[in-house]
Design a protein around this ligand. Sequence first.
Ligand code: PHE
Length: 366
Amino acid sequence: MESLLEKWDGESAVARYDRPTGTWMFIAIHSTCLGPAVGGTRMKSYPDPTTALRDALRLAAGMTYKFAVPGMPYGGGKAVLATPPHLDPEARPDLLRRYGALVHQLGGSYRTAPDVGTSSEDMNVVAETGAPYVFARTEAAGGSGSSGPATALGVFTGIQVACEHIFGDADLAGRRVWVQGTGSVGGGLIEHLLEAGARVLFSEVDERAIRHFRDGLGLELVGNEDESAGGMTGASGAASVDAIATECDIFSPCALGGVLSETTIPRLRCKAIVGGANNQLATPEDEGRLQARGILYAPDYVVNVGGAMAGLAMETRGLAREAADREVIESVSRVLKHIFERAESDGITTGAAARRIAEERLAAAG
Ligand code: PHE
């Protein structure tokens, strides 16, 4: 843990051990240079607390870039609640309240929202002690609700921009799009894609979701992700070795991270990658690997900002959902086009182009 913190380029990290549940709480504040740190609360069990802290530090840095690239006045933060493998459901609300108290203590330098493993309902509970530093409570509780639909809208916009860049045409009619993971982001994305006339393939492990998308909507299921689970990092929803070679125009990872790696990239048969999952690349070198294969990569944090962007716009600027959605479409489209152009003109990867834009903003703010 010492070396993780020594090597990290962020501002501060807070740790608390929650004795009643055996949960490690980590809050990572990567940067408050552009504004208060904002980022979701990830709640899951990890093999050990060090792995949980590493995840928090890395995800918090990602949030700094996520907000800096479109010019939003927020810094990057993230929280991880590393629970034991079987957290008693009855212990959950009190754990969330103790966590909320910790958020409150930070006095607004870190503001939270849902992430993997937490929901808007959970944010209602966190806000009992953590208010006013909690975003995306349920709409009934006065929050902006689930960030999934607006994230899906941003990813959909990103897919249109990628198609325009590759094919000279943003029209998705007849394009093959493989959506990995059909949760609130992937599922919402599929709706937009079908409406636009795309041919959607999907991967999913949940039986109920499979029945809905395959049997109900008649979409093609690719891969059996269960078989690969042991070989992949955690419950990443990563595609099996066979599925990864699925031929498609666009591959859209919308499950957990780490899907694009030294082993999967050589086998990909897509023209572009535009997905909602955070941290899709296993290592920074994977950007170069994708570029070498001629696969256009839309940096994950550039296209998955929609949920945070819309939620923050509604809660801090009082925008109606429709207006917030329009901002997401306009911003993702403008920023992604700029990144694709900059990557070409500067002869760098799209990831490097995104980082340059973010770093210029951070440097300008001092
Ligand atoms: N989990 C969201 C993300 O990674 C964070 C977020 C959601 C922030 C909604 C604000 C509002 O972008």
